[in-house]
Design a protein around this ligand. Structure first.
Ligand code: HEC
Ligand code: HEC
Length: 229
């Protein structure tokens, strides 16, 4: 690797907070390639993987790399239906190395939920940097339902895998739920209930999400929607 390339990779690694011992090993992460592929994804999922259209396109930023890679393999192998994405992920367009690069790239993007306060009249105030920062802010609107009931259910039934604060689990490749669009989460619940997606790859017969009423799921999502405040 050329020296300038190495420097670039290192500085990106710092910017995107990548840990060197990432589980996506064997293949050496090429952040430039990840960034280039992301230009295609950005058309739907946003420049920073923040998602869009109120959850028609899910947030991808900060998801575990292994989770993203697994979904891309599932789309590519037609095991998870997704008409919108099929043409971007077929074997010709997306060899395995590209899947790993884009997955690691998106996993490393950190979206803040609030802008830190600044003094706009300070001499070193940088309006352009502020504008860029504001584009990376991601805040899920509060969803309807009982947060109190949802909190109880979430902590008992979901937190062991999806994390105490709904942040997901990088090591076990479990997706974040807090900070994801509520509409998107609902669509996935329907898919799991109808066995279009498999909820727990280690226990494909698991029907956990069918065991809850719509009202219970609604309460869980109401609780999750305030966890990123
Ligand atoms: C034409 C629009 C479009 C483009 C371009 C696109 N996607 Fe998607 N993507 C979608 C839609 C729509 C969904 C949600 C599908 C669903 O509801 O199950 C999705 C879902 C996903 C998911 C699943 C997320 C989750 O939490 O389950 C991943 C991962 C993903 N896309 C990655 C990518 C990557 C990487 C690229 C670029 C190579 C990309 N997408 C390009 C439309 C698009
Ligand atoms: C045994 C571990 C486990 C438990 C408990 C669990 N989940 Fe999951 N969940 C997962 C895994 C793993 C995935 C990713 C599956 C995949 O690859 O499609 C997932 C995915 C999801 C998704 C889709 C997210 C996305 O971005 O595509 C939703 C929604 C979800 N879970 C909701 C819940 C809710 C609500 C609960 C509690 C009632 C719960 N889960 C409990 C392991 C778990």
């Amino acid at each position: 690797m050329a020296a300038h390339r190495l420097l670039y990779a290192t500085s990106l690694a710092v910017v995107f907070n990548l840990c060197p011992g990432n589980p996506v090993d064997a293949h050496e992460f090429d952040p430039e390639n990840g960034e280039e592929i992301n230009e295609v994804c950005a058309g739907c999922h946003g420049e920073f993987g923040e998602g869009g259209k109120e959850g028609e396109y899910p947030r991808l930023a900060g998801m575990p790399a292994e989770f993203i890679a697994r979904q891309l393999h599932l789309f590519r192998d037609r095991q998870r239906p997704n008409l919108a994405m099929v043409e971007y992920v077929d074997h010709r367009q997306m060899p395995d190395g590209d899947i790993q690069d884009i997955a690691a790239y998106l996993a490393g993007i950190e979206l803040k939920t609030k802008l830190p306060p600044v003094d706009e009249s300070a001499p070193d105030f940088d309006a352009y940097a502020r504008l860029l920062a504001s584009k990376k802010i991601m805040q899920i609107p509060r969803a309807e339902g009982s947060q109190a009931a949802g909190s109880k259910l979430y902590r008992k039934e979901c937190a062991s895998c999806h994390g105490k604060m709904g942040e997901g689990d990088k090591k076990k490749a479990v997706p974040l739920l807090a900070g994801q669009y509520t509409n998107y989460l609902w669509r996935q619940v329907e898919k799991y209930r109808n066995k279009i997606r498999i909820h727990d790859p280690d226990a494909p017969e698991d029907a956990l999400l069918s065991e809850f009423t719509d009202e219970e799921i609604r309460d869980i999502f109401a609780y999750l929607s305030v966890l990123d405040d």
